[in-house]
Design a protein around this ligand. Structure first.
Ligand SMILES: [Fe+2]
Length: 345
C-alpha cells in the first residue's frame, strides 16, 4: 500500500511490514477471523496467507483511475458477500463476528467511493456501471482460477441473495455519499500523510523537485475539480466561492443562531432535525442577499452541519476520548489511507 516496487522489495528484504496502515491491519485481521471460523465449522486449518499478489500500479493517471475503481469493486464484493454470510450464520456469536467484518468492508467501500466522488464528481450511475462491468469480469475470473470457483452461482437462491446484497450495498453507500459535502471530502483527501518515508529512499534534490511539482499539479487539478463534468463543476465551484466569500457570516450564524451545532453530532437525531428546521426558517436578512443567495447560504449551513457531524462522529470521539471538536477545525481530521494494494477485499 503506497509503496513502489523498489520500496516493497526493500521492505521484504529487511523484514519490514509490506504495509503499515490501519487498513492492511484490518484485512489481516479478516483473514485470521475467517480461518478461525473455518476451523470451528469444518475442522480444516486453512492458510492465513493472502493468496493474491499485491497489485502493481504505475504512476500514470489512467492506472490510478483503474485502481480506484477496481478497489471499489473488490470492497463492494467483499461487503456484499459477507452480508449474505452474516444472514446465513446460524449462531448469534458467528453473526456478530461476520457483521463486524462487514462493517470494516463497508467502511473501505465508503472511503474509496468518497475518493471517487472527490476526483470525478458525483456520478452515481456511471460509477455503478463501472462497478458492474468490472464486477462481472472479476466474477468470471474467480470462477476460472479459484479452487472454489465451481461453487459460485451453483445455488440459484444464493445467487439471487448475492445480487440483492450487491444492489442494496450500492444503493445505501450511494445514498450516504450524497450527504457528504465537498468541503469534507477536500479536508479528508487533502490532509497530508504523516507516515515517514523510508530513509533508504531519500530522493535526490532534482527528483524531489520533480515529485513536488507533480504533487502540486495534482493538487491543483483536484481542488479545481478538473476531472468533473463542466456543469457539476461550475455549480460546485460557485458554491465553494460563495462559502469563502461569506465565511464570516456563516461562522457568526453558526455560533449565534445554531448553538455551534452542539448536540447535533448524530444525523437524523432529534437535535439534528431541530437544527435543520432552524436553518430552514432563518430570516437571513441584513446580509444583502437576494432569494438565490439566501438559498445558497442555507445550503452552506446544511453542509457545515454535515461536516461537523462527520468530524465528530461517535467512533472518532469514542476512540480518541477527546472533547467535541469545534466546527471549522478541519485540519484536525485524520486522513484515511485511501489505497489498499491487495485484491483480497
Ligand atoms: Fe476491505
Amino acid at each position: 500500500m503506497g509503496k513502489n516496487e523498489a520500496q516493497a522489495k526493500y521492505a521484504a528484504e529487511h523484514g519490514l511490514p509490506w504495509c503499515e496502515s490501519a487498513w492492511c491491519a484490518e484485512e489481516r485481521r479478516h483473514s485470521n477471523a475467517f480461518a478461525r471460523i473455518i476451523e470451528r465449522l469444518v475442522n480444516i486449518s486453512p492458510s492465513r496467507e493472502n493468496p493474491n499478489e499485491p497489485m502493481v500500479v504505475t504512476a500514470d493517471e489512467p492506472a490510478a483511475v483503474r485502481h480506484i475503481i477496481s478497489r471499489q469493486v473488490v470492497e463492494w464484493n467483499a461487503s456484499s458477500s459477507y452480508i449474505v454470510m452474516a444472514a446465513h450464520s446460524s449462531s448469534s456469536d458467528l453473526r456478530v463476528l461476520v457483521r463486524n467484518i462487514v462493517r470494516d468492508e463497508i467502511k473501505h467501500l465508503s472511503i474509496l467511493s468518497s475518493a471517487d466522488a472527490y476526483l470525478f464528481g458525483p456520478r452515481p450511475w456511471r460509477r455503478f456501471v463501472d462497478w458492474v462491468k468490472l464486477g462481472i469480469g472479476n466474477y468470471r475470473n474467480t470462477r476460472a482460477v479459484r479452487s472454489s470457483g465451481d461453487l459460485l452461482g451453483g445455488n440459484p437462491v444464493l445467487a439471487v441473495e448475492g445480487i440483492v446484497a450487491h444492489l442494496l450495498t450500492a444503493f445505501y453507500v450511494s445514498k450516504w455519499l450524497r450527504t457528504v459535502p465537498l468541503r469534507t471530502l477536500a479536508a479528508v483527501f487533502e490532509t497530508p500523510s504523516q507516515l515517514p518515508d523510508f530513509a533508504a529512499f531519500s530522493p535526490l534534490p532534482d527528483q524531489q523537485a520533480q515529485s513536488d511539482e507533480t504533487l502540486r499539479k495534482g493538487k491543483e487539478k483536484r481542488l479545481g475539480l478538473g476531472r468533473w463534468d463542466w456543469e457539476t463543476r461550475t455549480k460546485a465551484l460557485t458554491q465553494w466561492q460563495f462559502e469563502d466569500a461569506y465565511a464570516r457570516t456563516i461562522e457568526t450564524i453558526i455560533s449565534a443562531e445554531l448553538d455551534g451545532f452542539q448536540g447535533a453530532e448524530v444525523r437524523d437525531s432529534g437535535r439534528d432535525v431541530t437544527i435543520r428546521k432552524r436553518i430552514a426558517s432563518l430570516a437571513l436578512d441584513g446580509h444583502g442577499l437576494e432569494a438565490h443567495g439566501k438559498r445558497m447560504l442555507r445550503s452552506c449551513l446544511r453542509d457545515r452541519l454535515r461536516h461537523y457531524q462527520i468530524q465528530n462522529n461517535r467512533h472518532v470521539l469514542g476512540r480518541e476520548a477527546i472533547p467535541v471538536r469545534r466546527e471549522g477545525d478541519a485540519r484536525t481530521m485524520r486522513r484515511p489511507a485511501i489505497v489498499a494494494a491487495t485484491e483480497a477485499g
